[in-house]
Design a protein around this ligand. Structure first.
Ligand code: AMP
Ligand code: MG
Length: 411
């Protein structure tokens, strides 16, 4: 038997087979979770004007420096208050030596201001304000353009847009966003034994949990998901549903790719003109994975994922996500692993490279990971207490507490 394809080679084949999606523009409020297709530059400075960051008094810090009154033994210096500026107003007065202007958070600074003293550090007596702490130049204010200059990069291409990105764009008045088209992804569960989760399984039947798993993973990864339901292990039924699925950018099938008599998926895909790129990878769980591409009339990447739920999960995280990153132009195409420290002495060892469900914990100073108790690729319930997986190379002695290992977070 020829050696099985190794994981890096499989990832590379997926990365080179996958195409980049076209781009489109969407309004800001529809851009959550989409991926930028171009670098976005600001056409404006931020902030737009010099502004106060605290409620207090706009002052010239140098006026205080000349005063000796900032120790407990000497009286606090005072300045003459000449006006008030609120947020949303335009200052009509400027500040000259020995003066202060009362100001609110977010209000534009009058010209001449070099610092803002917060209200809590002052006492007001009629038109005088007494200042009880030292105020360095630049305190409690921000200058026009201090955080963003016109022409400066706001977001790179290939950035998945999270709420803070959208808010940052809103602040700069960028309301039409260039993004990659949203990948469409169809899911087909195969197997005579499957019933929908809402049904009570008859003898020998099980519920179709993979559809829920894969649809949720795909939605989280920003796909427009189409559920094709369940196909029995018959060529006619598989063919019908595969034809529907091939209209998407990606088609995920689960089950029917191993060596059983009724594992008809590779045969059905070949008959529909899907070109096999690889079948079987040296990985545990997930060894029977099948990957191919339909090129005409429309490009569709097809993954035949093994039916066991944890195999499907691991294969989605590694292989399907690589395809999705390439489609959307996310760099790097193959997601890097996290370097973590073993939280405990691990026991697991195998002659195959393994992705084992695990708990990954992050603190300010370190990331640690530990495996959870797990009965193998059908043990979906074990993954409920995991948030990622640890990579165990084949035939390596298990990592001991404090050793560095490679882990992947599920998100
Ligand atoms: P297969 O890859 O078709 O040989 O299936 C391997 C194992 O996964 C079998 O025990 C199947 O019953 C199970 N399985 C297949 N499809 C699903 C599914 N959609 N949801 C949950 N388990 C499945
Ligand atoms: Mg099956």
């Amino acid at each position: 038997m020829p050696p099985l394809l190794d994981i890096p080679a499989a990832l590379e084949l997926i990365s080179t087979s996958a195409h980049a999606l076209a781009e489109e523009t969407v309004p800001l409020h529809e851009a959550l979770g989409r991926v930028t297709s171009q670098a976005i530059l600001s056409s404006e400075p931020a902030p737009l004007f010099d502004k106060a960051l605290m409620d207090g008094y706009a002052i010239r810090a140098e006026d205080l420096a000349q005063s000796a009154g900032l120790s407990t033994s000497t009286p606090s210096p005072s300045l003459r208050v000449t006006g008030l500026i609120c947020a949303g107003q335009t200052p009509s007065i400027s500040l000259t030596a020995g003066e202060a202007i009362q100001i609110m958070t977010g209000a534009p600074l009058p010209s001449g201001t070099t610092a803002v003293v917060k209200i809590e550090a002052t006492t007001r007596k009629e038109d005088l304000v007494f200042i009880h702490e030292s105020v360095p130049v630049g305190a409690n204010l921000i200058r026009r353009g201090a955080v963003m200059q016109p022409g400066q990069l706001v977001l790179s291409a290939g950035q998945r847009l999270a709420p803070q990105h959208l808010a940052g764009l809103a602040e700069l008045g960028i309301v039409t966003i260039p993004v990659k088209q949203q990948p469409t992804l169809a899911i087909l569960a195969t197997g005579d034994e499957l019933v929908p989760p809402s049904e009570k399984p008859g003898p020998g039947q099980i519920r179709n949990s993979n559809e829920t798993l894969l649809a949720s993973l795909a939605r989280q990864a920003g796909c427009d998901v189409q559920r094709l339901g369940i196909a029995s292990d018959s060529l006619d039924e598989l063919t019908l549903k595969i034809r529907q699925g091939l209209t998407a950018d990606l088609l995920l099938l689960t089950g029917g790719v191993s060596a059983g008599m009724l594992d008809l998926v590779p045969q059905a895909l070949a008959a529909e003109g899907v070109e096999k790129i690889f079948h079987k990878v040296d990985i545990k769980p997930g060894k029977p994975i099948w990957f191919g591409i339909k090129r005409q009339p429309k490009t569709c990447l097809v993954f035949g994922l093994p039916g066991n739920p944890v195999s499907s999960l691991v294969c989605f995280e590694l292989f399907v996500k690589t395809a999705l990153r390439k489609l959307s132009g996310i760099n790097p195409t193959i997601a890097p692993a996290i370097e973590a420290l073993a939280a405990v002495d691990e026991q697991y060892m195998s002659d195959r490279p393994t992705y084992h469900p695990a708990v990954i914990d992050s603190t300010d100073s370190s990331i640690t990971a530990r495996t959870i108790s797990w009965q193998g690729s059908s043990d979906l319930q074990a993954t409920l207490s995991a948030n990622g997986m640890i990579y165990f190379p084949a035939n390596s002695p298990p990592p001991q507490q404090g050793d560095t290992l490679l882990a992947y977070r599920w998100c």
